[in-house]
Design a protein around this ligand. Sequence first.
Ligand code: PMP
Length: 427
Amino acid sequence: MSKSEQLFAEAQQYIPGGVNSPVRAFRAVGGTPVFIRRAEGAYLYDADDKRYIDYVQSWGPMVLGHAHPEVIEAVVEQAQSGLSFGAPTELETELAEELCRLWPNMDLVRFVNSGTEATMSAIRLARGYTGRDKIVKFEGCYHGHSDSLLVKAGSGALTMGVPSSPGVPAALADHTITLSYNEADAVRACFEEFGDQIACIIVEPVAGNMNCIPPVPGFLETLREVCDQHGALLILDEVMTGFRVSLTGAQGFYGIEADITTLGKVIGGGMPVGAFGGKRKIMEQIAPLGPVYQAGTLSGNPVAMVAGLETLRLVEESDFYKPLVARTDRLVEGILAAGKAAGIPVTANKVGSMFGFFFTEESKVTNYQQVMACNNERFNHFFHGMLEEGIYLAPASYEAGFMSAAHTDEDIEATIAAAEKVFARLD
Ligand code: PMP
């Protein structure tokens, strides 16, 4: 019995399914989740001290790689001054100033503790600001597990087969309109019918919770246009894409502007941080300035703030993204070539340092239906083959992969070599 098997058996006695977030349980791919003891740079080490090249990167935050020495030093130093005060610190202003300087349309920003809190609060703000109840989201997009957003959701909700969760009151779910990602005409038609009742559109500007689906040209522009026409707000959920597909996320990458932007993952450098920010006149509706209530005992936590500040300082250094993207390209091309050589039909999408592979005969995957039609069984075999070879991929086919600055050319070559071996064994 491996240590992970032993630890998983123990965990299941006290924690539902043995995990604190469903996808970690390996339900989709089968087998036992790998229990991690430590991580450094591009590598995870499990409870038996087996090393893995990691392309999950804590689901996105670790763009510098794990346990970056400068981030750790800043965190340790801050921890010695106290873990939480429940009172303002200058660190919060520093990080907020940084975000407002970099992101378009971000005049004010509020910190929270997770991506879920960021999107939940952004939705409440949009409803409060517009005085409207309906929201528009897209099938297969995931914005965390708040009630209004757990309707036809992606990520673990999709993997577990509960995209619309029991426990969400029907009366609330009725206010959530779900459309197909990348279908601009459906968005226009929806606004023709309900335009004056819609508070906001929330969207992942690159969908990373149904594998990796970039927006088709014109899609994001249409969202901006209909929101402007009908007085609705556009919430770009950049929890995953922020500081990941570029320094200014998908907004910088595609030249699109949000009314409210939600952030998470990278801005906390691995600590629990989320944020939502936007135009001053919208953000001024938030308490204590305005009537829309939102709060958090641990929000703006000083240790989390320094992890974020140090991470952003490092990603803002010139030429941070170029090699990261080049290495992502190299990995994706190498794996596609390996698939081709082995006669395995596989295609890929990538944006910045985000990527995803699809086991399908189709040459391009741009929507949810295509994602759902991919060969999951083949993915599962591929996943376990790679795991055996010491390559840690997301344990479900509906998740994006992430490159970090710590991955070396040797890591990429080793990953491609592993894929060649595994493809040769796939049926
Ligand atoms: N929005 C997006 C786009 C996400 O990818 C996620 C999580 N993967 C969330 C929101 C929710 O963030 P959290 O898990 O920190 O609550």
